[in-house]
Design a protein around this ligand. Structure first.
Ligand SMILES: [Zn+2]
Length: 141
């Protein structure tokens, strides 16, 4: 019996090939991009203890796979992050471990996305809204 890793949860699952499935799991280690920049430069993401695919669910099954670089936009600067991937040796599931201050498939940090959504929702009636990108670029943290 293996224990669940409390720092992860699955946010997306995609079938890429017939036998290869891809998942994104969130890593709750740093609350903000700023915290990551201060403390997380050399942080090694822990290997998930259990395969999150319900059809597999094996323990101690992940091998480290090639990490990739991802740029995140945080107001006026671009920060490059290293995203670690692991592959299940039994079911070939590949998981990407995204930090919780990122939003899957979005270039802006979660903080900027939230501030932009608030600006959009609280805009006075009758004021023409700019594009999401324009609002995000003018949003300060
Ligand atoms: Zn598996």
């Amino acid at each position: 019996m293996c224990t669940q890793h409390p720092l992860y949860f699955v946010v997306a699952k995609q079938q890429i090939k017939e036998r290869c499935t891809f998942m994104i799991i969130m890593v709750f280690v740093f609350k903000t991009l700023e915290e990551y920049r201060i403390l997380g430069k050399d942080y090694e993401v822990l290997r998930p203890s259990t395969c999150p695919d319900p059809a597999c669910g094996r323990c101690d099954c992940f091998w480290k796979q090639t990490a990739y670089s991802r740029d995140v936009l945080d107001n006026d600067e671009v920060v490059s992050l290293r995203i670690q991937r692991f592959k299940c040796r039994y079911c070939d599931l590949v998981v990407s471990c995204l930090f919780s201050f990122l939003v899957p498939y979005r270039r802006y940090s979660a903080e900027v996305v939230a501030a932009t959504a608030e600006t959009y929702v609280t805009a006075p009636v009758g004021v023409p809204l700019k594009s999401y990108r324009n609002i995000a670029e003018n949003t300060t943290s």
